[in-house]
Write a protein that binds this ligand. Structure first.
Ligand code: PMP
Length: 310
């Protein structure tokens, strides 16, 4: 079983019935915010861990607030809906949970409610990019925070990343890297960038129009715990070409080595040592194997009793 059920306003519904109306503000104006959370399955104790769930819920409610959406449900109800759904779908493997708050009300551009809570949960293992990707600098600049809040996970923002992703694929790259309007490196369509040079890491600042990525923050913590220095600063385009190694990070992406940018190989064109170290550290933390992160890898009591919740 994997995707039999979805959750709408805290109730399980058959997957194919989880739909919104074409006249809703969500459909007409992209009035919808979301979060993507990964669940990590641990075979040894039969637990699924929703990694850094509290951080995702916090950002979800920040996104709702920035969009001036005031749902009648709170973080506890969202967490309960997620747990109920992963049980109902019997997810005993690594998975992805997408939570959205969307204006289901019909009306004009200023319609603010009702805000529908939806949850989708489905199996998702390592992506092919985990082995390394070839990136191209996009000619689409990353949206500036002063235009549409780049710190918000509003689906409208994703048109910017989508254009860049489509352009990159058309041009034969795996992934796009977007510069901000000032010409400095911002991020990829759904992940953030780290660059390593002479064993020192750099990553663009929050003020460089990036999403406040939860994985980026975790990578900074993991790097610090291993004695690596991370500078959060403006990163120039030419610095990226001259990096020893680089990687992208994100909840869905996890850690993806960047092997080349605009066909210029980074280092020897293979995943670098620091990238491999942090990728291993990240997956260990996500699965609850790093004591420093265990409390942020919340187990869902799956399988006890078997088939509960459905
Ligand atoms: N940037 C954008 C635009 C994203 O959608 C994501 C994925 N949420 C990221 C960066 C990485 O953020 P996180 O580590 O919180 O998943």
């Amino acid at each position: 079983m994997s995707r039999e059920w979805a959750s709408l306003d805290g109730k399980l519904v058959p997957y194919e019935s989880a739909v919104v109306h074409i006249a809703s503000a969500a459909f007409k104006y992209a009035a919808s915010v979301f979060e993507g959370i990964r669940g990590y399955w641990r075979e040894e104790d039969g637990t699924l861990r929703l990694f850094v769930l509290a951080e995702h819920l916090r950002r979800f409610f920040d996104s709702l607030a920035l969009m001036r959406l005031a749902p009648p449900w709170g973080p506890a109800q969202v967490a309960a809906a997620i747990e109920e759904l992963v049980r109902a779908n019997e997810l005993r493997e690594d998975c992805y949970v997408r939570v959205a708050g969307s204006v289901s009300g019909r009306g004009n551009i200023a319609t603010r409610g009702p805000v529908l809570l939806s949850v989708d949960a489905f199996p998702l293992g390592r992506k092919p990019g985990a082995r390394g990707i070839h990136a191209g600098i996009s000619s689409w600049p990353r949206i500036a925070d002063a235009m549409m809040p780049s710190s918000l996970k509003c689906i409208a923002n994703y048109h910017n990343g989508r254009l860049a992703a489509l352009q990159a694929r058309t041009d034969g790259y795996d992934e796009a890297l977007l510069l901000n309007a000032r010409g400095h490196v911002a991020e990829a369509p759904t992940s953030c960038l780290f660059l390593a040079k002479a064993r020192r890491l750099a990553t663009p600042r929050l003020a460089d129009d990036i999403l406040p990525s939860i994985t980026r923050r975790l990578v900074c913590e993991l790097a610090a715990a291993r004695g690596l220095t991370v500078d959060e600063r403006e990163v120039t385009r030419s610095e990226v070409y001259l990096g020893d190694e680089a990687f992208l990070c994100g909840t869905g992406a996890e850690i993806q080595p960047v092997l080349s940018v605009d066909r210029i190989p980074l280092g020897d064109g293979r995943p670098g040592e620091i990238t491999r170290l942090l990728a291993g550290a990240y997956l260990a933390a996500a699965r609850g194997h790093d004591p420093a992160f265990r409390e942020r890898a919340l187990p869902v009591a799956l399988g006890v009793p078997a088939r509960s919740g459905a």
